[in-house]
Design a binder for this molecule. Structure first.
Ligand code: GYE
Length: 314
């Protein structure tokens, strides 16, 4: 009887004194839910593929959900993972900034850490571990600075907006506007959303070219390369020369935009790295091991006006 009591005491002491099993350094064996926005652009697809490849290389069991641009679908996927209790952490690429407080609180209550990637949420930062993303405001500023230099500060601009309410669109617009507002002759004369989608970017540009005197349009600033490529098609079909009659600057640095650049049909792109899976998974491991993390882990990127310059940096 005494031995049984002693064994119980030892077991209790071990449970209290021995730290919970820590996550392996690279996350091997963890189950992580990845709530992805959708597949609206070539960059998004590249981002998905990069995260999946990183998970496979690390031996992480990735539960993947494509929300098809729906916040409702993203929240439902997160709640399913929490209800099943089978995820060690969640990586969330939030389609828009607002509406996440409840599900993030539910994850916190369940002890499941959440890493924000790519875009942003307007929830209290205490509800997520960290955010791995680029600086969208800086991307907008870079695009505007290039355009100001290319036009000596004189340009009527068409803006192809990303998904309204998304951090990527709102912040790129903010940064772009901050710079062009420094020039009295730089004005956004038309701004309309193409939802980061190539076909929608083309349709919006077609509509603007039919309603606005094309001679009054100096440049297009597209919040992503896919909409820029759509706009380039519309400009050509209108009998104009893209990158000459109408300058084109965008964001993402996807392979297709460099094909357009090689053809002389676009002028500049700001890089957005799709390789955020590594830093996100490292953050999962760190937080599971009890480490404190900064609330933002930035990924950077420069502005490129040629494939050669991009290739020289990669
Ligand atoms: O620029 C675009 C994608 O969230 C920053 O979303 C990302 C943006 C990216 O649709 O191609």
């Amino acid at each position: 009887m005494r031995f049984a009591k002693l064994s119980l005491i030892v077991l209790i002491l071990l449970a209290v004194l021995v730290p919970a099993a820590s996550a392996q350094e690279n996350g091997a064996g963890l189950t992580i839910g990845f709530s992805q926005i959708g597949s609206e652009s070539a960059w998004r697809t590249a981002f998905t593929e990069a995260v999946q490849a990183e998970a496979e290389a690390r031996g992480i069991n990735l539960l993947f959900s494509d929300a098809q641009q729906s916040q409702e679908n993203q929240i439902a996927a997160m709640r399913a993972w929490l209800a099943q209790g089978d995820v060690d952490a969640i990586v969330l690429a939030p389609v828009i900034e607002s509406g996440w407080d409840d599900v993030l609180q539910e994850a916190a209550d369940a002890g499941v850490p959440v890493i924000i990637v790519d875009r942003n949420v307007d929830s209290d930062p205490s509800l997520y571990v960290t955010r791995v993303s680029s600086d969208f405001v800086h991307e907008g500023r870079l695009a505007a600075a290039w355009l100001a230099a290319a036009t000596s500060g004189n340009c009527n601009i068409v803006e192809l907006y990303g998904t309204v309410g998304s951090a990527a669109a709102e912040d790129r617009h903010t940064g772009f506007s901050q710079v062009i507002d420094l020039f009295s002759n730089m004005t956004i004369i038309q701004s309309e959303t193409g939802n980061f989608v190539r076909t929608e970017g083309k349709a919006v540009m077609e509509s603007i070219l039919s309603s606005e005197d094309p001679a009054n349009i100096c440049a297009v600033f597209a919040h992503n390369d896919d909409m820029a490529i759509g706009a380039i098609e519309a400009i050509k079909e209108a009998g104009l020369v893209p990158a000459q009659d109408i300058l084109v600057v965008s964001v993402d640095a996807i392979p297709d935009i460099f094909d357009s650049m090689d053809a002389g049909e676009t002028n500049a792109t700001v890089e957005l790295s799709p390789f955020m899976g590594g830093p996100a998974f490292d953050a999962v491991v760190a937080t599971l091991n009890g480490e404190e993390l900064p609330k933002w882990i930035p990924v950077g990127g420069g502005l490129y006006t040629s494939r050669a310059a991009y290739d020289a940096d990669h």
